[in-house]
Design a protein around this ligand. Sequence first.
Ligand SMILES: [Mg+2]
Length: 382
Amino acid sequence: MKITNVEPMVLYAQDDEYEGEANVGGYTGYQLVVRVDTDEGIHGWGEACVGSENGEAAYAVKELIERGLLPRVKGENPIEFRKIWERLYEATYWYGRRGLATFAMSAIDTALVDIAGKALDLRACQLLGGQYRKEIPLYASLLFDMDDPEGTAKKGEKYARLGYAGTKFGWGMVPSKPFGADFAKDEEIVSLIRERIGPKTWLMVDVGRYVNWTVPYAIKMGRMVQKYDAFWLEEALPQDDLDGYAELAAALDVPVAMGEELYTVYDFDDAIKRKSADVLQPDASKMGGISEMKRVIELAHINNVMWVPHNWSTAVNTAASLHLSVSSPDGFLCEFKQEPNPLVDDLVKRKFEVKDGKLQVPEGPGLGIDINEKVLKKLRVG
Ligand SMILES: [Mg+2]
């Protein structure tokens, strides 16, 4: 079997509910998926989570794939996806290793694993070493509305009732009204959420990049959320402050989570060596793809560090995160974006099945997803 083509497709979706101020709560923005074709008629899907306001990252990744990566993978056997990954990493060493080139590699790598699964009639999780579970507990990924603590807490209550293992609140609905800017208001909303979701549902707090905390302030906030039995405190510091994270993790009892901005096994190895995180959050659609994330998962296992996939973009990455989660003895939780989103709900013909708050592994080989070509056509802009 040989790769005959890689087609990157830029998608754009507009969430009318949040028109106006840029936000991470809605799905407004650009994403990129790739379709890889072979001479045997089998094709696969991959994703680069390129979220950028003006689409610049999406179009740059498209260019990188068409000019740089496609000529290097054409004619190769997709089943040899690790060999191809290493070749692309080497070929892009000058401008890559992180950032956009890694996004581009992520999309291709995941599509190759999808193809290999289809060719061998194995689910991606089996191909990655074995399927440990049929389903994976989810946490609902939600946003703080600092103007509406009661409404925010109610959302958490809804998912706690539906049987979700946890609810995570982050950032703030809009950048001008972030969580983390006013200690009293922050404590009020966290305590209200805990009251509404009850004592058994995990509560995670995701600080995000709307505010910039220092280590002492992050320790103070960490002790506050600890009072409400938070399951983890996420992204409390700038992503480059790995030593700060190590200080924070040493000072707090509440687990420190980070890693959605780390790339390849090398960044995660660095974070593990410095003891920067209690919970690592690799994102398969940006850090190098499904096979590279598998390496991070093995490394986390060896070092006895928790990991939970970061998953915030399209149905393709949800499928990748799901297969990775069930293909390891340590996978215990997966992020799932709850609010209706055409990039997750409509892009695939069969919607993901959630039973009692647990995401079910779909039938079928590879990633087990069928892209809805009609919806793809509607969302495609480049
Ligand atoms: Mg986050």
